[in-house]
Design a protein around this ligand. Structure first.
Ligand SMILES: NC(=O)c1ccc[n+]([C@@H]2O[C@H](COP(=O)([O-])OP(=O)(O)OC[C@H]3O[C@@H](n4cnc5c(N)ncnc54)[C@H](O)[C@@H]3O)[C@@H](O)[C@H]2O)c1
Length: 335
């Protein structure tokens, strides 16, 4: 399919993952053709069950191995979401996390630049590290811990992705936008990689204790994936956003202890709430961020972004998905 064809053709890497699958579904519903490249390491095919197959090309494989067989000219836009995600994975498989996040992004940028395809790179609020200067603004300093702490390798690998993306933009005019996601939650996310909300929902439904890591006083801001994916295509359409970094999220904080209580209340669960140490949770001590809140003034001024889905609604939707047995895979976050 050439770029001048009637229908737009979009490449979504990691499109069988949590955020990626919602994005793919949105593009296909809007009439685009989407090619997904995913190695199914944390994503699942069933995440794409609702997508009209005629407008989806799925290629299973490691991104850098697949790209040489694709022609960049055929794509109007690229959304690069493929990554080894989250703190649990970096603790368990540090080499895989660093190699995937850095080398696959480098391969993707080289591919995109061959035809100057506008490209969105998914980054993370983890890059702010342990900065205590909340809310986090896009131009704030990144405060990472020592290289002897494997936890910081995830943030660092994503920061390298940002440097790479911005360097390609400066050197070659490749249209690149960096989307720094804060905690994104919603249907299709599960707790196996440590993501806090699905972990709590699954425990509450099973009548098991909700395990809060640390004191529970650490705060996070959650935004529903359905609000997030509605914003993403607009980022590549906005000339001012090209070549920049944007925080993507909602700026309403909740402590993890309060979140556990909210899940119990919304689901009417009889589960208890227990505190456990990070060491017990991860098998080694983990340095966590106390507060993590985005400065959202850029996305609000550029896009008037006001997420509509409440945290209570997300919790209820996650629970009904679990109860219908259609839940899938993992996600990011220690919390
Ligand atoms: N979920 C969040 O709260 C959150 C927060 C910040 C940033 N992010 C970023 O958003 C993006 C998507 O995250 P997600 O939460 O949907 O996670 P996810 O694990 O569901 O999605 C990642 C997808 O990439 C695929 N993948 C991994 N390595 C690959 C490779 N080498 N080649 C091809 N495919 C590969 C996985 O199978 C998976 O489908 C990631 O870049 C992540 O860093 C997510």
């Amino acid at each position: 399919m050439a770029r001048s064809d009637h229908s737009r053709h979009i490449l979504v890497t990691g499109g069988a993952g949590f955020i990626g699958s919602h994005l793919v579904e949105q593009f296909v519903s809007a009439g685009s053709h989407v090619t997904v490249v995913d190695d199914l390491s944390t994503g699942r095919m069933c995440n794409l069950d609702a997508v009209e197959p005629a407008n989806l090309s799925f290629i299973e494989g490691e991104l850098s191995a697949v790209l040489p067989d694709l022609d960049a000219e055929q794509f109007n836009e690229i959304y690069h979401l493929a990554a080894a995600v989250g703190v649990r994975l970096v603790v368990d498989q540090p080499v895989r996390v660093i190699e995937t996040n850095v080398l696959e992004t480098l391969a993707l940028l080289r591919f995109a630049s061959a035809a100057n395809v506008p490209t969105l790179l998914a980054s993370t609020s983890e890059v702010y590290g342990k900065s205590d200067r909340v809310p986090f603004g896009e131009n704030d300093d990144l405060v990472l811990g020592p290289t002897t702490e494997p936890r910081w390798a995830y943030a660092c690998s994503k920061a390298i992705d940002e440097f790479l993306g911005l360097a390609w933009h400066r050197d070659t005019d490749l249209p690149v936008v960096i989307a720094r996601f804060f905690n994104t939650v919603g249907p299709r996310q599960v707790g196996i990689w440590g993501m806090v909300l699905p972990r709590f929902v699954e425990a509450a439904l099973a009548g098991e204790p909700l395990k809060v890591y640390g004191t529970g006083e650490q705060t996070r801001c959650f935004c529903d994936v359905r609000d997030v994916v509605g914003l993403l295509p607009r980022l590549l359409q906005e000339p001012v956003a090209i070549g920049s970094v944007l925080n993507i999220g909602r700026d309403v904080s909740i402590s993890i202890g309060e979140l556990a209580q909210l899940v119990v209340d919304v689901l009417g669960s009889k589960s208890s709430i227990e505190q456990i140490s990070y060491e017990k949770a991860y098998g080694r001590p983990i340095e966590d961020m106390v507060h993590r809140r985005p400065d959202v003034s850029r996305i609000q001024s550029l896009f008037d972004f006001n997420p509509a889905i409440s945290l209570e609604q997300t919790i209820a939707d996650l629970a009904s998905e679990r109860q219908s047995g259609s839940s899938t895979q993992g996600g990011e976050g220690a919390a």
